[in-house]
Design a protein around this ligand. Sequence first.
Ligand code: GLN
Length: 241
Amino acid sequence: MKKFVKSLLMGALILSLSVSAMAKDKIFVGTNAEFPPFEYLDKGEVTGFDIELVNELGKVMDADVKVLDMSFDGLLPALQMKKVDLVIAGMTATEERKKTVSFTQPYYTASQVIIVKEGNNSIKSFDDLKGKKVAVMLGFTGDTIVSEIEGVSIERFNAAYAGIMALQADKVEAVVLDSEPAKNYVKQNPGLVLAEADAEQEEYAIALRKNDKALLEKVEKALAEIKANGTYDALIKKYFN
Ligand code: GLN
C-alpha cells in the first residue's frame, strides 16, 4: 500500500514537472502601432513588419510573444519598469538611447525624409527648412535632427498622421519623418510628395533593459538565425517590395 502511494506521488510529481516544462516563456513586447508598415492596426489587430519579425523570433526562442501597444515616448519607460521585455517600434539605435538601454544588432536601415505639398519646390535640403514651420513627432529622431537646424519653427505632434494632417491644412510647410512611413503616407494622401533632399541614415534595432544580458543573447541568436534561414528576407520582400 505504502509503495502504491509512493508511486502515485512520484507520478504526480513527474506530471507536474513536465507540465511546467511545457509552459513556454512569455516575452512582453512594447510597440507603437502608428508607424506603417513597421507597426499599425489592421481591424484592431497590431500587425506590420516589426510584429511579424518579433513573432518569428519568438518561434525560434520557443517563447510566447505578447505585443502591447502604447505611445512611442512611453516605450522605453515601460521597458525600464518591466512592463515589457523588448521594444520593437522602428526605433533607431541612437547614442542617446544607448545610455539607458541595450540594442540588438540592427535589423533595418532607414533615413529621415521631408514631406511637402506637391508643387512646393522651395525645399531641397534639410538646410532649406530654416525659417519654415516644420512638423516632427515628439521624441522621434526627426525631432532631434530638425531641432538642430537654426531658425526653424518646430511643431511637435504625438503621431505621424497628425503631422500629415497639419501639412494638408497648411499649418506647417513640411513634415520630417522616417522614410518608409513617409512613403506610406505620401501614397495614401494625393497632393503630398517627398522633397528631394539627401537624408541621414539610421538603423532600427530592438531595445532591451541593459541588465537583461541573457535575453539579449537569445534575441541576437534568433535574429541571426532568421537572417540566415530566409525568414527575414521573406518579410522584407513582403513589406518593402
Ligand atoms: N525611428 C524613429 C525613432 O526612433 C521613429 C520611430 C517611431 O516612430 N516608431 O525615433
